[in-house]
Design a protein around this ligand. Structure first.
Ligand SMILES: [Zn+2]
Ligand SMILES: [Zn+2]
Length: 197
């Protein structure tokens, strides 16, 4: 299944002019099976995301892109309203309490924000493919107590219509819910996928 793990809309991201139904219709047309809405520091209510999913006929799940002192962090597995955490260690605690996963977003975009090696241990993985940036290879997440970090994810980071579904993550498992997505992420059985226009 192809799921775009990183998308924005004009509803909650002021840097986007993309209406949700427009974006999702284009994503469906481009062959995606699902999309995770990852607005800046705001989580879509799960029932609202589900209503959109019904309208467009693909999976629509809530996630979030959190702004921290280490840069942007994609979080999956949280559905309640986000309390605006900006400290990466506090965000890690918050995610651990909820069994949520943290991926460092577009790690190569801003060289000034390069994350120190020891801080990489906060993340479960990194975004290795970003539709706005291409392949991002300059950081690899540390182990977080495992022998290997989770594999990199891919997402479009779409803020405008022409950016929709340029990148995604290809999962082996069938995903129909946020629980399924979390299981699939933890299994590590997935890889970033480019979707050329
Ligand atoms: Zn970002
Ligand atoms: Zn983004």
């Amino acid at each position: 299944m192809l799921i775009d793990m990183h998308t924005h809309t004009s509803v909650f991201s002021t840097d986007s002019n993309l209406l949700p139904h427009e974006s999702l219709a284009r994503a469906a047309e481009r062959g995606l099976d699902g999309v995770v809405l990852t607005e800046h520091d705001v989580i879509w209510a799960a029932d609202r995301a589900a209503r959109l999913a019904e309208q467009v006929g693909i999976l629509v799940l809530p996630g979030i892109e959190v702004t921290t002192e280490l840069g942007h962090v994609l979080v999956y597995g949280v559905t309640e309203p986000f309390p605006r955490i900006t400290d990466s260690k506090r965000l890690r605690d918050y995610c651990d309490e909820r069994d949520a996963l943290m991926y460092l977003a577009h790690p190569a975009r801003d060289p000034g924000l390069r994350v120190p090696r020891e801080a990489m241990e906060l993340f479960d993985g990194v975004e290795g493919l970003n539709g706005c940036d291409g392949p991002l290879q300059n950081q690899s997440a540390s182990s977080r107590g495992r022998t290997r970090p989770l594999p990199p994810i891919g997402g479009s980071d779409s803020h405008a219509l022409h950016e929709v579904a340029t990148a995604a993550t290809e999962f082996e498992a069938r995903i129909r819910s946020l629980d399924d997505l979390m299981k699939a992420l933890r299994s590590g059985d997935y890889r970033p996928a480019t979707l050329p226009y």
